[in-house]
Design a protein. Structure first.
Length: 85
């Protein structure tokens, strides 16, 4: 490994003695993966908190229809009356 610095090489040999077998082909997410995952978790938490705040401001009570209170229900719905005669 000629491209590694001396300190990285020393750290790798010390870690290699702690592990029984070092697999150089093993890929792990590392610190960057943890930081990305933590940022996504914080973003989802913030969005959920914001959604709960906005949903608590919504008034779910429905206002009564003014057309339904006045007159005949057929007139309110726009249906034609049958003609007699």
């Amino acid at each position: 490994m000629p491209d590694m610095s001396a300190s990285a090489s020393l750290a790798m040999t010390q870690l290699a003695t702690l592990a029984k077998e070092v697999d150089e082909d093993k890929v792990t997410p590392g610190v960057l993966g943890f930081i990305v995952f933590a940022m996504l978790a914080l973003a989802v938490w913030g969005l959920m908190k914001s959604m709960n705040r906005h949903m608590s401001r919504v008034d779910f009570t429905e206002a009564p229809d003014p057309k339904a209170d006045s007159g005949d229900s057929a007139e309110a719905s726009g249906a034609a009356k049958p003609q007699q005669g």
